[in-house]
Design a protein around this ligand. Structure first.
Ligand code: NAI
Length: 263
């Protein structure tokens, strides 16, 4: 177990930190001593207040807008005097078959899930170099490891994100910058999962299908929790992972291993 002081003196930016996995990560990193800056395009006054109560700074940012992203990252580094950690977590789903996908859908999904991670890294890297090194974690998905038939564009965006992770990890090891990905799913209590369940004809049956597709979720008779993904991100940004880069860690209860056994 890492000590609560693991990230003392470190400064982190987390995109999509208003809810779900991003919020759980912001809270966990702050509990471990990091100063945390969250950017999200869906920030209610209540969310902002609840994060501020935990001394987490939250500001409006649409990661599809490169200028917004730069403002978030440079603003955090300037306010705190340094930047050590970037978590490119903001993401959206895209459950559509190929013939139904418009150019706007494609741009929306790829700009949020993929392009923003590249430009986030681009803007963070000079600050991380100035700090003597640092860590970037990209929230990918089990869909980035094993594509799914129901959401091809989402799968493409997350596979591309894993490629980006490995490529940038190679480029910036010399700067002592580590770049890794987490591949979660299915995660409960998130905006994304809540939307999927709300859209389902039978919420209970759909939740059971999500659980059945992940061997460990099935064994525990529950989905994965946001804090269980946040723990993996905490490890990856901490000094315990000093020699870990370019990895894509599945926090998916074995969902991406293959076809689960019949229960
Ligand atoms: P969520 O919907 O609770 O969190 C996503 C956050 O990103 C939200 O706060 C949303 O407002 C923000 N966001 C979306 N587009 C944005 C934009 N253009 N600019 C700024 N913020 C934006 O859902 P969840 O599940 O916590 O999603 C976090 C990440 O986890 C996403 O990248 C998602 O693809 C990934 N993921 C989630 C899984 C799940 O089962 N919930 C499974 C695999 C991956």
């Amino acid at each position: 177990m890492s000590s609560p002081a693991t990230l003392s003196g470190r400064v982190a930016v987390i995109t999509g930190g208003a809810s779900g996995i991003g919020r759980a990560t912001a809270v966990l990193l702050a509990q471990h001593g990091s100063r945390v800056f969250v950017g999200d395009f869906r920030l209610t006054p209540e969310t902002q207040q609840s994060l501020q109560a935990l001394e987490i700074d939250a500001s409006a940012c649409d990661v599809r807008n490169v200028a917004d992203l730069q403002r978030l990252i440079d603003g955090a580094a300037n306010a705190a005097g340094r930047l050590d950690i970037l978590v490119n977590n903001a993401g959206i789903g895209m459950v559509k078959q190929v013939q139904a996908v418009s150019e706007e859908d494609w741009d929306n999904c790829l700009d949020t899930n993929f392009k923003a991670a590249f430009f986030g890294a681009k803007f963070a890297i000079p600050h991380l170099i100035a700090a003597g090194g640092g860590s970037i974690v990209n929230t990918a998905s089990n869909a980035g490891l094993l594509p799914r038939a129901h959401d091809p564009v989402y799968s493409i965006s997350k596979m591309a994100l894993i490629g980006l992770t490995k490529s940038l990890a190679l480029c910036h090891s010399k700067d002592r910058i580590r770049i890794n990905a987490v591949c979660p799913g299915p995660v409960i209590d998130t905006g994304m999962m809540n939307a999927d369940l709300a859209a389902a004809a039978d919420r209970g049956a759909t939740a059971k299908q999500f659980i059945a597709a992940s061997p460990l979720a099935n064994a525990h008779a529950r989905m994965i929790r946001p804090d269980e993904v946040a723990e993996a991100i905490l490890y990856l940004v901490s000094d315990a992972a000093c020699m870990v880069t370019g990895t894509a860690i599945a926090i998916d209860g074995g969902k991406s291993l293959g076809v689960p056994p019949k229960s």
